[in-house]
Design a binder for this molecule. Structure first.
Ligand SMILES: C[S@@+](CC[C@H](N)C(=O)[O-])C[C@H]1O[C@@H](n2cnc3c(N)ncnc32)[C@H](O)[C@@H]1O
Ligand code: SF4
Length: 390
């Protein structure tokens, strides 16, 4: 049995498992995911995952497991079972406090949800993004609004009690009314958690390319802000706790895995392109499925790069990751963990941001103010830049 003290936030080691396959590559997405028609590649992926876990996982019961992607639910039922058999050989999934899995409506069925639940998955996060056909089409999603609702019902019918929905707002041409309709329709499903992301134009994506070519224009920032503020109000009224800028906990509570990450807890990532971070060393796996798999199957390291973070850099990342949490960043905890005083090392930034009314320090925690909430990326980015010596 695992003692509860092992589950202090940020303590222990988490496991991330990356399943890199998708039915389509969405134009806005810069995650390491591929459309692969040849299903035998799925078998190679599973063989290599088993090999990498054998090599990498020696930490007993993880504090949390997150099976993400890509689209884990895309694997067919037999391979899906095998994924859990492989994980179960190395990790006592049923003893973990939280096991989450990402899923897409087009491939998540009642049978797969039941398989996942039987192996200890207690939290399913379903990427719905929008319920408007023209926005789903613009986003390249492979499912309809009706399929998303049906998949949600199937997950419930399989007995999953903690189901989260991912939505996006700020889709080009989207109106405030359309976003409100999306969120209301998601609420009618009674999810246990919601993630509402402001669509980002990520470098290197088709969306960003189309923007550069003048084929797509980003929404007016004022509209995105109004959507963001309305979301917070509406979800507070519906009983959801905004524990992080984009994440809202209902009956299912916060996602512990993400919280562990935002608190700079240690984690091991397996699968192509997955990152690991342990005691200030960050490693990132080779991205292409074949290259990663070849290394794993040959018993070689799967990481394509590794760096030992300098203490100042680690401290800056601690603020960058933590400042988006409602509880803010515990500066004494960073000092204890890394040996860097954020107050001293980043004094000019904290002073400037406090004077601007963006952050406040209560003697122990640095938090965003209501004005700062709208500028979180920039505020966090200031620390990150300073930590890198920019
Ligand atoms: C990378 S996906 C993986 C899960 C699943 N395949 C899906 O599409 O939902 C995880 C979530 O990241 C979010 N996401 C991905 N790219 C994004 C972007 N450019 N801007 C905002 N959110 C994004 C989406 O909401 C998505 O649900
Ligand atoms: S958003 Fe999800 S489904 Fe779309 S490409 Fe990215 S990982 Fe795949």
């Amino acid at each position: 049995m695992v003692s509860s003290s092992e589950f202090e936030p940020g303590q222990g080691t988490s496991l991330y498992v990356h399943v890199p396959f998708c039915v389509v590559k969405c134009g806005y997405c810069d995650f390491n995911s591929y459309v692969v028609e040849d299903r035998s590649v799925h078998d190679v992926f599973l063989d290599a995952l088993a090999a990498e876990l054998r090599q990498q996982w020696r930490f007993g019961t993880p504090v949390s497991v997150f099976i993400g992607g890509g689209t884990p639910s895309l694997l067919d039922p037999v391979r899906f079972e095998r994924l859990f058999a492989i994980l179960g050989e190395h990790v006592p999934l049923r003893e973990c406090r939280e096991v989450s899995m990402e899923a897409n409506p087009e491939s998540l069925t009642r049978d797969k949800a039941a398989i996942a639940a039987a192996h200890g998955v207690g939290r399913i996060s379903m990427g719905v993004q929008s319920f408007h056909p023209h926005h789903l089409h613009f986003l390249d999603r492979a499912h309809s609004a009706e399929r998303a609702e049906a998949a949600f019902a199937e997950v419930r019918a399989a007995g999953c009690r903690n189901v989260s929905i991912d939505l996006m707002f700020g889709i080009p041409t989207e109106t405030e009314l359309e976003w409100q309709q999306d969120l209301e329709r998601a609420l009618r499903l009674q999810p246990d958690h919601l993630s509402c992301y402001n669509l980002t134009f990520e470098p290197g994506t088709r969306l960003t390319h189309d923007q550069r070519e003048g084929r797509v224009a980003a929404n007016d920032e004022e509209i995105d802000r109004a959507m963001f503020l309305w979301t917070r109000e509406r979800l507070a009224a519906a009983g959801f706790e905004a524990y992080e800028i984009s994440n809202f906990a209902g009956a299912g509570g916060p996602c512990r895995h993400n919280d562990h990450y935002w608190l700079q807890g240690d984690y091991v990532g397996v699968g192509p392109g997955a990152s690991s971070h342990r005691a200030g060393v960050r490693a990132t796996n080779l991205k292409p499925v074949e290259t990663w798999a070849r290394a794993a199957l040959a018993g070689l390291p799967c990481s394509g790069s590794a760096e030992t973070l300098r203490p100042l850099q680690r401290a800056s990342e601690g603020v960058w990751l933590g400042i988006r949490r409602r509880d803010g960043v515990d500066l004494a905890a960073i000092e204890q963990r890394i040996g860097v005083s954020v107050l001293t090392s980043f004094a000019p930034i904290i002073e400037r941001q406090t004077r601007a009314g963006w952050v406040e320090f209560d003697g122990s925690r640095l938090r965003l103010t209501s004005t700062g909430l709208l500028l979180a990326d920039r505020i966090g980015g200031d620390y990150l830049g300073a930590g890198l010596g920019e």
